[in-house]
Design a protein around this ligand. Structure first.
Ligand code: PRX
Length: 636
């Protein structure tokens, strides 16, 4: 028996032990008993973190959509697979059954084939949270095309960079999107992006907001008429276990975004198995994750993990504040949500509102509430626990990354006792290690260090698209024989983990990872700017916000500083997207630098956090005098 659903703490410890002592036997049983394969593997795992090369279930043949859709049709075809809740509360929700989903995915897959898309081709998806988004991922997977979803809040430049990096042949988008009271003209962002993308041959456009848009002849086609004509039967492409399933970009601390490549079998097994346990999902439950499918959380825990378990998964198009701050709770009541999964930034924003936005609604259906994306602070944890969980539904604080594909350190609800701000224990099969400054593993408990994982798990990203060298350097070079996460963590006396945050130059703003270098590059594009440095500072809703120190060229710049600030934020919006906008911009005559010319971000971080108590020794700086100037002009 494979222990697919862990129910007691003793069982967790027993299964964990087995997964660590005998990983191949363990993961073989899970794969064998709970998934459909056209052919079984020859080898469960081969790996070498030095190269690095990791292969799970090599030799197996499968299609993930057979596992996420077809196999449920035999037993549960009329069950709702996707429950779509529109932005506008007066528009009716859509219940898409597994039978409907199957037809829709097959039609879409046939449309892609007619467009000349075949196994291994890359398909860029730039869509809002409408059913076509989930369906398009599955349609790609059906025919073996590799999807690359770009979050529809990214700018034209960010979109074209991603399209070109993975050489996508086609883009799937919509005429626009609803976001609260606003509409966003997505298609014109795509048009602008495609000016830089000579290899994109066609664009499929879903209709959502029904505005007039320009359709470029020979390139753009409305999606619906093609779907209407297409057959609803499409045989699944037979995929190898290690064939890429998708690419998803994530920011690094330097350079262009990294296209993390996830492959088919291991990703499927791990996301499905974690989903079942993290949420203790039961047959009749209605599960809702509020993330956007543009991020890994949506890929793994809106689409693949839930559907592989035959779950009902909610897709919400709107925002938590529209038409008012009670919207999430209204949806929980309306659809009798059993498991609710969101981000600390949303919790903090909602905790700031009057409690009657919550108390108006019946939340008694909730059994599990989750958090993901950044550390959850103690205050937010208690608010969530008291007011949403009503002190009875456990909070699962799930730590993981785009690169890990699925949750890595997380409580199993009703199994693992929780403590505020702790992600608690490693999930089955996950072997964390904390490292000291010298690169040695810290053994025992009550230690704090850099968080690594020392053994592969099935859904680890296998490479960075087109740049294996960077994959090796980023994740496998800092610590010998270990995957380095970029996060710091502590392990308490009982062996529980608490994630303390990034230890590199990635700043998490409202749950979005932002590398400092790309934002600084954007700022430096402004003709008046000589140099800039970005740091994060604590923000009570976003977790972190961005503080920029900017030096201007000595051109006798006379523009009003507020105008300059606006222009700088405009450039950032164009290059990256509004998520990377700066909260504070301080103009300064210099940036503190070491004698080798490196910007001392540690000092800038302290000043931005309004904590100048212990700046350390600044006398070794090349230009110690600027520190005082920066402190004096600090923006509150
Ligand atoms: O710093 C950690 C933080 O988010 C980073 C990964 O971001 P991303 O790839 O966008 O994936 C987010 C969704 C899985 C991590 O390196 N992070 C994520 N979850 C937590 C967290 N930090 C603390 N606690 C968490 N539960």
């Amino acid at each position: 028996m494979s222990n697919y659903n862990i129910k007691h703490l003793e069982e967790y410890f027993k299964v964990y032990k087995k997964s660590v002592n005998d990983p191949e036997v363990f993961w073989e049983e899970i794969a064998e008993e709970h998934f459909s394969w056209y052919k079984k593997w020859n080898n469960v795992l081969s790996w070498d973190f030095k190269k690095p090369e990791i292969k799970w279930y090599e030799g197996a043949k499968l299609n993930i959509t057979e596992n996420c859709i077809d196999r449920h049709l035999r037993t549960n075809g009329e069950k709702t697979a996707i429950l779509f809740e529109p932005n506008n509360p007066s528009e009716e929700a859509q219940h898409i059954s597994y039978n409907d989903l199957s037809k829709k995915v097959n039609r879409f897959a046939n449309v892609l084939k007619e467009q000349g898309i075949k196994k291994g081709d890359r398909v860029c998806i730039y869509l809002p949270m409408i059913p076509e988004l989930a369906i398009s991922l599955l349609a790609c997977a059906r025919i073996g095309a590799i999807h690359s979803v770009v979050f529809a809040g990214f700018s034209a430049t960010a979109l074209s960079t991603r399209i070109n990096d993975s050489d996508c042949k086609i883009v799937i988008t919509s005429d626009g999107s609803y976001r609260g009271a606003k509409t966003i003209d997505l298609k014109s962002i795509v048009d602008e992006a495609l000016e830089e993308c000579p290899n994109v041959q066609s664009v499929l456009v879903a209709k959502r907001i029904n505005t007039e848009i320009e359709m470029k002849k020979g390139r753009d086609t409305w999606l619906q008429p093609l779907l209407d004509k297409a057959s609803d039967v499409c045989e699944p492409e037979i995929m190898d276990a290690e064939d890429p399933l998708f690419i998803l970009y994530t920011s690094g601390s330097t350079g262009k975004p990294k296209g993390m490549v996830h492959t088919t079998a291991g990703y499927m097994v791990y996301t499905a198995y974690t989903f079942k346990n993290m949420f203790q999902y039961k047959e009749e439950d209605v599960y809702w994750c509020t993330a956007d499918i543009g991020w890994i959380t949506g890929h793994s825990y809106i689409v693949y993990g839930p559907l592989a378990n035959g779950a009902t998964t909610v897709m919400f198009e709107g925002v938590p504040s529209y038409p008012d701050y009670g919207r999430f709770w209204k949806i929980v009541e309306k659809h009798k949500i059993n498991q609710f999964y969101t981000a600390p930034t949303a919790i903090r924003a909602l905790a700031k509102q009057r409690l009657d936005f919550v108390n108006k609604y019946d939340l008694s259906s909730l059994k599990v509430i989750g958090s993901v994306g950044e550390p959850i602070n103690e205050e937010a944890w208690h608010w969530y626990n008291d007011n949403i969980g009503k002190k009875k539904s456990p909070i699962i604080d799930t730590w993981w990354q785009t690169e890990t594909g699925g949750a890595m350190i997380t409580p199993i609800p009703y199994v693992t006792p929780t403590i505020p701000t702790y992600a608690t224990l490693p999930f089955i099969g996950v072997q964390p290690a904390l490292m000291d400054k010298n690169g040695n593993e810290l053994k025992g408990n009550q230690v704090e260090g850099n968080l690594c994982i020392k053994f592969p798990w099935p859904s680890i990203a296998r490479t960075i698209w087109g740049n294996h060298k960077r994959y090796k350097e980023t994740y496998f070079s800092a610590y010998k024989d270990n995957y380095f996460t970029g996060d710091g963590a502590l392990r308490d006396a009982t062996g529980y983990y608490r994630i303390t945050g990034r230890v590199d130059d990635v700043i998490i703003v409202s749950g979005h990872n932002l590398g400092t270098a790309p934002i600084e590059d954007a700022i430096n594009e402004h003709p008046a700017v000589a140099e800039s440095a970005i740091v994060g500072f604590p923000h009570d809703i976003k977790g972190n916000a961005l503080y920029a120190y900017v030096t201007l060229k000595e051109t006798g710049e006379t523009r009003n500083q507020d105008n300059l600030r606006k222009e700088i934020n405009q450039i950032i919006t164009e290059h990256i997207g509004p998520i990377a906008k700066l909260d504070k911009i301080q103009f300064t005559n210099g940036l503190p630098k070491t004698r080798s010319g490196k910007i001392m971000r540690r000092i800038l971080r302290k000043i931005a956090s309004n904590d100048t108590s212990n700046l350390g020794d600044t006398s070794t700086l090349l230009n110690p005098e600027v520190v005082q100037e920066i402190i004096e002009n600090y923006i509150k």
